[in-house]
Ligand binder design. Structure first.
Ligand code: GLO
Ligand code: MG
Length: 344
């Protein structure tokens, strides 16, 4: 229980304040600015959508895409920042309006697979073996529009194509139960691990867990993490917070429930998360009201809260907790946790 953590964020975590009811509230910042901010904040890695790494990706040839990825790698090396993962952003394109791997249109399914294979090539150039798959539009608004069994076959077919494309790539599937879809086909970590068993290489098919997504599924984030860790499958992590079953909020880590955040950190401590090179990523968004001067606060605050909670996890009176557990005195255990968090 003594290792240090390494932190990661993505360019989208400096979002500009847009929501479904109103436009941006901050002017966009450049990628170079974000890279410098990341360094200043004490982060070690950046996570990338394919089109964060190579903007306007669909207008470029494969050779151009790879050349730009190589150039990005040079810039990252220059700043001392590692690329943690690459994720194909399959939910913006007009070719994925009906979903990507599970679209009812075969040409669009092909597009999604090809773009994912290209993302693997980008990952290779950037020096990471993790391809994150947030299956944003793989689900339904309308039950009768698709058959779940068929959708699972298409998902497995797509995962298999990716696993075959590169013998080193590892798929970290990021489950989320809803939004943008009404119901997603892979809503929880249990679904991820079950579907992994049907791929051509289950050992290279694992998970990324996001706090808010567990809460949206009505599940406890630390238990979900513990489940993935028990299977050796927690390869990346998106910490943030979420106020109940609402729209996806991506609040700073610990913002809604400090106690839940403590439980998540305690789980990571117990399993030595990070010891195999995994990063702690914060998938947070600044509040809409945030002024440009405080733009990085959601990330900085999340990291600060995380580190304070690591101290709380390491100084928690485990002996006393065990005594209370053996007597089933959960009333006292509850208060032990609360007073520890309150600083008594
Ligand atoms: C949205 C997801 C999203 C992904 C990111 C990486 O709810 O959390 O932010 O993590 O696109 O694939
Ligand atoms: Mg996420």
């Amino acid at each position: 229980m003594s290792h240090t953590y390494r932190f990661c964020a993505g360019p989208w975590n400096w979002s500009e304040g847009r929501d479904p009811y109103g436009p941006e509230t901050r002017p966009a910042q450049t990628f170079d600015w974000k890279l410098r901010e990341l360094k200043k904040l004490g982060f070690d890695a950046m996570m990338f959508h394919d089109d964060d790494a190579v903007p306007d990706i669909d207008t470029k040839t494969h050779a151009q895409v790879l050349a730009e990825a190589r150039e990005l790698k040079r810039r990252l090396d220059g700043e001392g920042i590692v690329a943690e993962m690459v994720a194909p952003r399959l939910w913006f394109s007009p070719r994925t309006v009906d979903g990507a791997y599970t679209s009812n249109n075969p040409a669009d399914r092909r597009y999604a697979i090809d773009r994912s294979l290209q993302s693997i090539d980008i990952a290779r150039e950037l020096g990471t073996d993790i391809l994150v798959l947030w299956l944003a539009r793989e689900g339904t608004y309308l039950r009768e529009a698709k058959r779940a069994g068929q959708a699972f076959d298409w998902l497995i077919e797509a995962f298999d194509a990716m696993l075959a494309h590169d013998p080193k790539i590892r798929l970290a599937i990021e489950p989320k139960p809803n939004e943008p879809m009404d119901h997603a086909y892979v809503p929880t970590i249990g679904h991820v691990l079950a579907i992994a068993t049907l791929t051509r290489d289950p050992a290279r098919t694992g998970a990324l867990i996001e706090t808010a997504h567990c809460i949206l599924a009505g599940l406890d984030p630390s238990d979900e993490m513990e489940f993935a860790l028990r299977f050796g499958k927690l390869w990346s992590l998106h910490l943030n917070d979420q106020n109940g079953l609402k729209y996806d909020q991506d609040k700073p880590f610990g913002s809604v429930s400090l106690r839940s955040a403590f439980d998540q950190v305690r789980t990571l401590e117990r399993w030595n998360y990070g010891a195999k090179g995994e990063y702690v990523c914060f998938d947070v968004h600044p509040f809409r009201t945030t002024a440009p001067g405080q733009w990085s606060a959601a990330l900085d605050n999340s990291r600060r809260t995380f580190l304070r909670l690591v101290e709380k996890a390491r100084t928690f009176d485990e002996t006393r907790a065990q005594e209370l557990i053996s007597k089933l005195d959960y009333q006292a255990l509850d208060q032990l946790v609360l007073e520890h968090l309150l600083g008594k």
